[in-house]
Structure formats: C-alpha cells, structure tokens
Design a binder for this molecule. Structure first.
Ligand code: 2BA
Length: 111
C-alpha cells in the first residue's frame, strides 16, 4: 500500500477547523506551530499520513477549510539621512488558503 505524507501550511485561524474536519473524515493529523519566513507571523503546519488513493479526499478537505487572506506588510525602511522622514507604504500580500507538499513515504512504523 503506497503511503503519502501531506504537509500543509495554513493560517493559524483555520488550523483547528481543518483538524476537526480531517478527524470527521477519518484522518489522523499532527499540528505544528510554525512561522512564515516572509511575514514572520505564526502559521500552522498540518501533517497527514495516508494511503495514496485518499490524497485527493484530504486535499479536498483542506481546500474547503482554508481561506485566502489579504495582509499588509510594511517594507523595510530605506537608509535615512538625519532629518529625513520615512512614510511607510504597506504592501498587499495574498496569504494561503494552504500551501501543500505531497511527499512519498517510504515506511510507516508504529511501535
Ligand atoms: P510567509 O513566508 O510568511 O509568506 C506569506 C505570504 O507572503 C505568501 O503567501 C506570499 O503571498 C507572500 N510572499 C512570500 N515570500 C514572498 C516574497 N519573497 N516576495 C513577495 N511576497 C512573498 P503563501 O505563498 O500563501 O505562503 C504562506 C506560507 O506558506 C508562507 O508564509 C510560508 O510559511 C509557507 N510557504 C509558502 N511557500 C513555501 C515554500 N516553497 N516552502 C516552504 N514554505 C512555504
């Protein structure tokens, strides 16, 4: 039986709802609290190990439970001369719903 590991990076606010929906669908999951390298804000990484034939069901559950959001980021200020005034101009960034990696699993062992 071919196994896959689905690594899904989602918004922290969607994580608990997603885990509940996965559980209702009969899927085990693990939530890791992570931080995005660009926004440097907390997000959540959800791991789901499952049979290859069930991957599309998991992707469907993730798609239905994770929502795209717009966030604003202040770019790094430029190097300033004394007395100069910097007015930050926030940049719009689309985040998520989910960034998903599907990996081959060589073996699943439970002791
Ligand atoms: P962050 O790294 O905090 O990125 C948040 C959002 O900022 C990204 O949303 C993207 O829209 C934007 N962004 C990221 N890097 C950028 C850059 N160099 N220039 C301009 N905009 C940039 P998503 O693409 O939906 O990613 C959401 C989160 O998923 C990321 O949070 C990161 O934690 C993870 N992620 C995304 N792509 C990844 C990858 N290839 N490898 C590992 N983690 C990834």
């Amino acid at each position: 039986m071919d196994m896959k590991l689905i690594v899904s990076i989602v918004h922290s606010d969607d994580a608990n709802q997603l885990i509940a929906a996965l559980r209702d669908g009969g899927f085990s999951s693990t939530k890791i609290s992570t931080t995005g390298g660009f926004l440097r804000e907390g997000n959540a990484t959800i791991l789901v190990g499952t049979e290859e034939r069930k991957v599309s069901t998991v992707l469907d559950i993730i798609r239905r439970n994770c929502h795209t959001r717009t966030q604003y980021v202040n770019p790094l200020p430029p190097v300033m001369e004394p007395g100069e005034l910097y007015m930050p101009n926030p940049v719009e960034v689309q985040v998520g719903g989910a960034v998903i990696f599907v990996l081959d699993v060589e073996r699943l062992i439970k002791y």
